[in-house]
Design a protein around this ligand. Structure first.
Ligand code: PAF
Length: 282
C-alpha cells in the first residue's frame, strides 16, 4: 500500500493505476463503517485509493475541528489489512494551496437548506468543495460514501450530476453496533453513561419506520412522537423529520420515505436515518 502525501504523488499514482479506480473519501479515525466502504470499493474496482483529510472548510467556528480524532498510524494499518492500494493523506496546504482565502467553492442549493444544512451553516459547502477537489484530483470511476450521512450523499449525487462529472457515486448501508447505534467517529465523545442512552436515536427511527410501514401517515404526529422518545431518553433532539427518499416533503400517497434525525448527547451531536419501503396500498 502506498502513502501519497501530495497532489503530485496522487496524480502520478493515478496515471499508473490500470483498470477501474475507486475512491473512498474519509476524515480518518477509521471504524468498521469506513472499512465497509473500502470493502465495497474493493469488490467493484481494480484499484482502491482512500483519502484521509480533516477538511477545515466543513467545520463551523464552534465545532470540533481541533479536537477531531486524528489517528493516521492506526488508520494506515487498518487500510493495509482492508486491501487498499493507496492512501492519500495530504496536509491542508495541498488541498487549499491559496491559504485561508478560498475563492472558488461549490454550493448545492435547495437540499442544503434543511436538516443538517440549516443547523450547520456552510457545512455542506465545505463538503461539496472538498469532494469536488478530491474527485478532480483522483478522477475515479466510482466514489463510495456512507448512507449514515444521507443528506451528504444526496448533496454529492446532485453536485456530480449538476457539474457533469464522470463518476458513479455509490451509497453504502450504515454499519451499526449490536444495540443499533450507528458507527461514527464522534461516538467516542460519549461518556459511558451517555453511550447507554445513545441507541434511543436509532430506536426512535425504527419505531417511526414500523408505523409508516403499517400505513400511518400523520407525519406531524409521527415526528412529534420521535422527538418525544429521543428527549425522554435524555438526548436533546435537533431534528426528527420524515422526507421522501430524495429529501422532498413527504406525501400521504407515497410508499417510500427516509426518516432522518439528529440529537445532542454530551459533547456529541449524533445523526442517523432509516429507509422505509411500505407495501403499496397500505
Ligand atoms: O463523510 C466524511 O467523512 C466527510 O464529510 C468527507 C465526505 C470525507 C468530506 O470531507
Amino acid at each position: 500500500m502506498q502513502q501519497l502525501d501530495t497532489a503530485k504523488d496522487l496524480r502520478a499514482w493515478r496515471g499508473e493505476a490500470g483498470g477501474s479506480v475507486g475512491l473512498v473519501p474519509t476524515m480518518g479515525n477509521l471504524h468498521a463503517g469506513h472499512l465497509a466502504l473500502v470493502a465495497a470499493a474493493r469488490a467493484s474496482c481494480d484499484r482502491v485509493v482512500v483519502s484521509i483529510f480533516v477538511n477545515p472548510l466543513q467545520f463551523g467556528p464552534n465545532e470540533d475541528l481541533d479536537s477531531y480524532p486524528r489517528t493516521l498510524d492506526a488508520d494506515m494499518r487498518a487500510l493495509e489489512q482492508a486491501g487498499a492500494d493507496a492512501v492519500f493523506a495530504p496536509d491542508v496546504a495541498q488541498i487549499y494551496p491559496h491559504g485561508g482565502t478560498t475563492v472558488t467553492t461549490v454550493r448545492v442549493e435547495g437540499i442544503t437548506d434543511m436538516l443538517c444544512g440549516s443547523r450547520r451553516p456552510g457545512h455542506f459547502e465545505g463538503v461539496a468543495t472538498v469532494v469536488t477537489k478530491l474527485l478532480n484530483l483522483v478522477g475515479p470511476d466510482r466514489a463510495f460514501f456512507g448512507e449514515k450521512d444521507f443528506q451528504q450523499l444526496a448533496v454529492i449525487r446532485r453536485l456530480v450530476d449538476d457539474l457533469c462529472m464522470r463518476v458513479d457515486i455509490v451509497g453504502v448501508p450504515t454499519v451499526r453496533e449490536a444495540d443499533g447505534l450507528a458507527l461514527s467517529s464522534r461516538n467516542q465523545y460519549l461518556q459511558a453513561e451517555e453511550r447507554k442512552r445513545a441507541p434511543a436515536l436509532a430506536a426512535a427511527l425504527e419505531d417511526c419506520k414500523a408505523r409508516l410501514a403499517e400505513g400511518e401517515r400523520d407525519f406531524a404526529a409521527l415526528e412529534a412522537r420521535g422527538r418525544a422518545a429521543i428527549d425522554a431518553a435524555g438526548l436533546e433532539t435537533d431534528y426528527f423529520e420524515i422526507r421522501s427518499p430524495e429529501l422532498f416533503a413527504p406525501r400521504a400517497d407515497m410508499n417510500a420515505f427516509r426518516v432522518l434525525a439528529a440529537a445532542f448527547l454530551g459533547r456529541a451531536r449524533l445523526i442517523d436515518n432509516v429507509a422505509v419501503e411500505a407495501a403499496p396500498g397500505q
